[in-house]
Design a protein around this ligand. Structure first.
Ligand SMILES: [Zn+2]
Length: 260
């Protein structure tokens, strides 16, 4: 049997991926990848979750697991407090390095670091650091660890990620959208007022970006981060085939208009 391609998606908090780029996760799972969604932040100290009283945290975690399942993905929530990610940075770096080495994904999707949400920025920086240094962070030797072949950034909300000019469009279809709609609906137990908003947001973003395709077709977007330009061909393209389309943007200045 052919080995499954392992994909790791690191989204800050428990509903991040379902609310922002669920179709990409579903498409990768449908294409046969083993997709793990890692959410370092559980969100339990959000006032809107706390205000729901006893057992809210457990219900949120159950919603999050059910949602990922609808996308065909596995979910790992570490449950760090949303407003205190910076406080736990060293611990998160060590823990993510071990997680990465143990799971050894070929493709990683991560946050874009320019984002108005502090937890998104922190998780982007932690992820990026760990992706390039995991084997140095780990106190043990891991000669078997290969490191990811391709790293991409997904887009959060249009009022969140900025300077986000995508490199690739990933076309959605009725199957991935149905998975996405079922996934976001899972948060109805604990965030009923947000579910229709999140749903509308990812549909609207997909419609917007889809207008860049020659024959308009809703799509979610990615930026290529590294670690190396895959001159022999993108693994993501091999997996997702015709769903993946290059965007018609010139890159002459986009990589130079800011420095991190
Ligand atoms: Zn978020």
């Amino acid at each position: 049997m052919k080995e499954q391609t392992k994909v790791l998606i690191v989204g800050a908090h428990h509903e991040e991926i379902e609310a922002e780029c669920p179709n990409i996760a579903a498409a990768l799972a449908l294409a046969g990848c083993h997709v793990t969604i890692l959410n370092p932040v559980g969100g339990w100290n959000w006032t809107y979750i706390r205000s729901q009283g006893e057992g809210a945290r457990e219900r949120v975690l159950a919603d999050a697991a059910a949602a990922a399942k609808e996308l065909g993905c596995e979910k790992v929530v570490w449950d760090y407090p949303v407003a205190q990610v910076d406080r736990y940075k060293p611990e998160l770096i060590d823990r993510m390095a071990e997680f990465l080495i143990a799971s050894d994904p070929e493709i990683v999707l991560m946050h874009w670091p320019l984002d108005s949400h502090a937890d998104h920025r922190a998780v982007a920086q932690i992820t990026r650091h760990v992706l390039y240094t995991a084997s140095n962070i780990s106190p043990d030797d891991h000669p078997e660890y290969r490191g990811p072949r391709e790293i991409y950034a997904f887009q959060t909300g249009v009022s969140q990620a900025y300077h986000f000019i995508p490199d690739l469009l990933v076309k959605t279809d009725s199957t991935t959208m149905a998975c996405a709609d079922r996934a976001v609906a899972c948060f109805g137990n604990t965030a009923p007022e947000y579910v229709p908003i999140w749903r509308k947001n990812f549909h609207t973003k997909a419609e917007y970006w889809g207008n860049l395709v020659d024959t308009p077709s809703p799509a979610e977007v990615l930026k290529f981060i590294g670690p190396k330009l895959p001159l022999d061909g993108f693994l993501l393209k091999k997996i997702l085939g015709d769903r993946v389309i290059s965007t018609p943007f010139d890159r002459f200045f986009y990589n130079q208009d800011f420095q991190l």
